[in-house]
Design a protein around this ligand. Structure first.
Ligand SMILES: C[S@@+](CC[C@H](N)C(=O)[O-])C[C@H]1O[C@@H](n2cnc3c(N)ncnc32)[C@H](O)[C@@H]1O
Length: 476
């Protein structure tokens, strides 16, 4: 076994009893209920539960999707639980679905961001077909097109939106236009998809931007008016970065056939809030997933270059941002759209609303935040948390229907903290799960949690926020 299940030490309740809070009873009660499930296991490293573990993995290294977890984690869980049908409702670039399918396990992944969908389906297609000879020919052809003097027609220019304007040098814009024109003229759909993926994956490298923690940061050379300055250092030209990536992809074609070939993961593009209910009842015996965290992270801003590359205009950006699971201060309530979506199944939504309304620890924190709204950096974090937990209540309710008896859900997620108040996401979601036919068997925490944001640290001191992997088993 890769990770012996050693219980090391119990976490303290430091973050639950905040000096800022007048009332922590409900969180204390929730902690008391779940404390015996919490285990700190040094074997769950940051590398394994994050994208770092994929840095050298053929296929999964093609796109730096920092929100992903590693193939090692998925392999371990598949070894441990031996499922036959696996689901990931927040599939990202498809780590779960690709790994499972490569081992002959039926796999379904749902992902709303077109960036993840292109990468996941691209890797799956390459693992099941793409000939190295055809791909190498395409690499040489796009290289010579970019090297040619002929400018691209204006309709192939990078389709900027306001948040991507001035991301590239004049030379990069020129070469990107040629690459887009080349791709538009390609006839073989499978190779076209891979070349498109390769181009998309180097946009950040060849730009004045850098995905940095929560934000997309901008180098001063972009000429933008910047509040926080960032010096990116030498920026490779688009054609060099692309060529390097495409040859890496070519080298990966054989290994990914070994790793992910043979299986055909079923990738569905869209929101789990709409699509889980279309999946048959009790059709899966395992979920391995990591939803967005309730931490204000905005995927549409971090991946602005890639989404614009894929043709999203301003309206499409806005629509996507509102359809993602609520995790930013810009998300508006989805209650009305959920009522429409669940018009044919009002009981599911009523069940989720009841889970949300009954969750006392959550409402304890929300109350404290509302009372202190004037002091919050952004008062819309309250709306963010309301939306996040209501939508997760819908997801957990649906998973209770999707997973058959004896099956399990494994979820990677971070707790969060606002205004010095910890929100025990692990316990709140596990409470939802235990009202949807699951028993929470384990909450494995990383040996070291995450610190709070620097603004909060100055005011409330350093607190460790649990970063966890939890397991819920379907009973009954
Ligand atoms: C933490 S990431 C998961 C990454 C994945 N484990 C991997 O290894 O690539 C969460 C994913 O959920 C997706 N997401 C957010 N809201 C969604 C929704 N409503 N339906 C489906 N996917 C959603 C995000 O786009 C993001 O890719």
């Amino acid at each position: 076994m890769l990770w012996p299940r050693t219980e090391v030490r119990r976490p303290t309740l430091a973050s639950v009893s905040s000096p800022n809070s007048g009332k922590t009873d409900s969180r204390q009660a929730l902690y008391d209920r779940f404390a015996d499930r919490v285990k700190i296991d040094p074997q769950f490293t940051r590398k394994v539960v994050s994208y770092q573990g994929n840095r050298k993995t053929p296929g999964l290294r093609w796109m730096k999707y920092k929100e992903g977890f590693s193939r090692t984690l998925v392999d371990y869980l598949l070894d441990e639980y031996q499922p036959k049908q696996v689901l990931d409702p927040f599939a990202g670039i498809g780590t779960t679905a690709l790994t499972a399918a490569g081992r002959g396990v039926e796999a379904t992944g749902i992902e709303i961001m077109p960036v993840g969908v292109l990468v996941g389906t691209g890797i799956a297609a390459a693992a099941n077909g793409t000939s190295s000879m055809v791909f190498e020919k395409a690499i040489k052809a796009i290289r010579s097109r970019i090297a040619s003097q002929r400018a691209a027609a204006p309709e192939h220019a990078f389709p900027h939106v306001a948040i991507t304007a001035s991301a590239f040098s004049v030379e990069a814009e020129r070469d990107i236009g040629k690459a887009r024109e080349f791709i538009a003229g390609m006839e073989d759909g499978a190779t076209q998809k891979l070349i498109n993926l390769g181009c998309m994956s180097v946009l950040e490298t060849a730009s004045y931007t850098r995905k940095d923690g929560q934000y997309l940061r901008w180098d001063t050379r972009s000429g933008r008016k910047l509040r926080a300055k960032m010096e990116k250092g030498p920026i490779p030209c688009f054609s060099d970065a692309l060529e390097q990536r495409l040859w890496e992809m070519a080298r990966d074609l054989d290994p990914i056939k070994q790793m992910f070939g043979g299986g055909h993961p079923d990738f569905r593009a869209g929101s789990s809030l709409d699509l889980l209910k279309t999946l048959p009842e009790a059709a899966f015996d395992m979920v391995i997933t990591s939803p967005p965290y309730a931490n204000r992270y905005d995927y549409t801003r971090t991946y602005a270059l890639e989404l614009a590359w894929l043709g999203l205009d301003r309206d499409a950006f806005g629509k996507l941002r509102q359809s993602l699971l609520s995790a930013t201060v810009e998300n508006r309530s989805k209650v009305e759209s959920l009522r429409t979506e669940y018009g044919d199944r009002p009981k599911t939504l009523e069940h989720a609303l009841a889970l949300y309304r009954r969750q006392e620890a959550l409402h304890e924190v929300l109350h404290i935040l509302r009372v202190n709204a004037g002091e919050l950096g952004n008062r819309h974090v309250i709306r963010l948390l309301e939306g996040y937990f209501l939508e997760m209540a819908v997801i957990v309710t649906e998973l209770g229907r999707n997973i058959r008896s004896g099956g399990s859900v494994i979820m990677v997620n971070d707790n969060v903290q606002y205004h010095g108040e910890e929100i025990p996401v692990d316990f709140i979601l596990s409470d939802f799960a235990e009202q949807c036919g699951f028993v929470c068997t384990d909450i494995w925490t990383l040996a070291r949690g995450k610190g709070n944001a620097s603004q909060q640290m100055g005011r409330f001191g350093r607190r460790e926020i649990r970063k966890c992997v939890y397991r819920w088993e379907r009973t009954g």
